[in-house]
Design a binder for this molecule. Structure first.
Ligand code: CP
Length: 344
């Protein structure tokens, strides 16, 4: 971990991710039976951007463990409104608690906080950069579904440029040996810098998936310029060019992970060029094994008619926020031991 903090997915090694998921599964099996584990400890939840799930589940997690929370949810109600610097604020909050959970509009703010804080920092979402604890909720949901976390193909759809959950989940999936198919909204693709980083860091190759040959084109209402493409480990059978036939079964997704258009960060959705899922899509053969995921909140990219569908998992993802965050709090505060050799 970075300075005993979790500022981005890259701070975690595979063994640490597995420890978090395993402990979360233990907590989830009996979520009401762990009061006392964090008795006497305080968590500060500093949410300087709006949140329902992340703040609610972190605070629920700390209280389920018998600890308590102090909070601020707005610059305007803190002395930063009077001109106090971010650094000074973090130093002060660190005097009052054992752990700081920070959501901030600026990319890199949790890393900056970790450099000066006297207590561990957890990134609860920083600008367009990352949301690592959401990725852990997503990974737990996938593990519960498939039993394993490697060799899957997860299609991440929507606002790939500004969706921070996208970046953390893609990193985690590639680290664990999965393929990731990106299905961008028009003008909302990953930046070239992010693609280069993922390609070089994980040794992945990119295969373009022409909409005419695979089902991803059906997720758009109209013709659009955006093209799906798959990051995967080099292996025989998937290195083809557009003239060759795509190996259909290899590019079908195990999960469709949708994200909303991040209007508050300047994204705008061309309705015809933004991928969405409805009942008809799930009934096609191409998507017949895919579960539907979304970090929420959603707009209209996942139809409410899917809420009771047997393959919808987005409310389960949100519910997994509590055991995941209980596990993180315990491991990061030393209340439960890391089992992986790579840890602190
Ligand atoms: N998934 C997520 O981060 O939701 P909130 O913004 O409500 O915390």
């Amino acid at each position: 971990m970075y300075s005993n903090s979790l500022t981005e997915m890259g701070d975690l090694e595979i063994g640490e991710i597995m420890d978090i998921l395993a402990l979360a599964a233990e907590f989830k099996a009996n979520i009401r039976s762990h009061r006392g584990v964090a008795s006497g400890l305080l968590m500060a939840s500093l949410f300087l951007e709006p949140s329902t799930r992340t703040r609610g589940s972190f605070e629920a997690a700390m209280k389920r463990l018998g600890g308590d929370t102090i909070t601020t949810t707005d610059f305007k109600t803190s002395s930063m409104e009077k001109g106090e610097t971010f650094d000074d604020s973090i130093r002060i909050w660190g005097n009052y608690c054992d752990l700081i959970v920070l959501r901030h509009e600026e990319s890199g703010a949790p890393r900056a906080a970790a450099n000066i804080s006297s207590v561990p920092i957890i990134n609860a979402g920083d600008g367009i950069n990352e949301h690592p604890t959401q990725a852990l909720c997503d990974l737990l949901t996938l593990k519960e579904e498939f039993g394993i976390l490697e060799g899957l193909n997860i299609a991440i759809c929507g606002d790939l440029r500004n969706g921070r959950t996208v970046h953390s989940l893609a990193y985690g999936l590639l680290l664990l040996g999965n393929s990731v198919t990106f299905v961008p909204g028009t003008g909302l693709d990953l930046t070239e810098g992010t693609k280069k980083y993922l390609r070089e860091h994980f040794g992945s190759v990119i295969t373009e998936l022409p909409p005419s040959q695979v089902g991803y084109g059906d997720l758009y209402e109209g013709d659009c310029e955006a093209k799906a493409y798959m990051f995967h480990k080099p292996r025989s059978g998937l290195e083809f060019d557009h003239k060759e036939k795509i190996i259909y079964t290899e590019v079908r997704p195990d999960a469709l992970y949708f994200t909303r258009c991040q209007a508050e960060r300047g994204s705008s959705a061309n309705q015809a060029g933004y991928p969405k899922v409805n009942l008809n899509n799930l009934e096609t053969e191409f998507f017949s094994r895919a579960i539907v995921m979304h970090p929420l909140p959603r707009l209209d990219e996942v139809s409410v008619l899917l809420d009771d569908h047997p393959r919808s998992r987005y409310f389960k993802q949100a519910a997994n926020g509590v055991p995941i965050r209980m596990a993180l709090i315990c491991l990061m505060l030393g209340l439960k031991p890391w089992s992986s050799a790579a840890t602190l």
